[in-house]
Design a protein around this ligand. Structure first.
Ligand code: PRP
Length: 201
């Protein structure tokens, strides 16, 4: 059986497709499962990539580090990849002074946000959003956001600034824990290819 690789749709999708240089991936249209003569690829949302890998449906996955940090899936985090580089930042309106006893922070990443403020010794209220988080401080839903910043365009175009850079993140190669042992020989050439192309890139 050929190795199954789960790829994240969205931000990381193009770079992951480019890595495999496989014609059927480039022309995949809306298909979510693609078989070539060497691999089976599945395309899913980042958190679902981690789930498919955790349950062993996919042997390997390419996923943003944001997913690993927020959801802590039970997968082997093999190594960082050279693409998908961005950062977690705390951002909001320029010169905004937080009033009231507690800051209200909007984010897609409540666990990462709580950890960050815990380390600062501050207690915050979290408003969980699913996307377009930048709207929250603009419309007064929250004092600030914790979100991924890649080019900085979304912040800039919505009149927001970075207050603090929390940590850099990148795409990561993950693996199912038992596949690494059981399918060792089948996965070896692919892992070597990743290592040659990506590690230290
Ligand atoms: C991410 C992130 C920011 C944006 C940052 O959102 O949540 O909104 O990208 O990128 P930039 O710094 O290059 O502008 P994404 O597009 O993944 O989707 P979302 O808005 O649905 O959260």
């Amino acid at each position: 059986m050929v190795p199954c690789i789960a790829l994240s749709k969205g931000r990381l999708e193009k770079a992951a497709i480019d890595f495999f240089e496989a014609e059927p991936l480039v022309d995949k249209g809306r298909k979510l499962c693609i078989e070539t003569n060497r691999y089976r690829f599945i395309f899913a949302k980042g958190i679902d990539v981690a789930t498919y890998v955790e349950y062993g449906i996919a042997d390997l996955g390419i996923v943003g580090e944001d997913i690993l940090l927020e959801y802590q899936p039970d997968v082997f985090d093999l190594f960082p990849l050279s693409f998908g580089q961005c950062r977690f930042s705390l951002a909001g309106k320029p010169g905004h002074i937080v009033t009231g006893p507690k800051k209200r922070i909007a984010t897609k990443y409540p666990n990462i946000t709580l950890n960050y403020f815990r380390k600062r010794g501050e207690s915050v209220d979290i408003v969980k959003l699913e996307g377009s988080v930048e709207l929250a401080p603009v419309l007064g839903l929250a004092d600030a956001i914790v979100d991924i910043v890649e080019t900085g365009s979304t912040l800039k175009e919505n009149g927001l600034v970075v207050y603090d850079d929390i940590r850099p993140i990148s795409a990561r190669l993950i693996a199912n824990r038992s596949a690494l042992k059981v399918k060792r020989e089948v996965l070896k050439p692919l892992l070597e290819r990743f290592q040659e192309k990506e590690v230290g890139a």
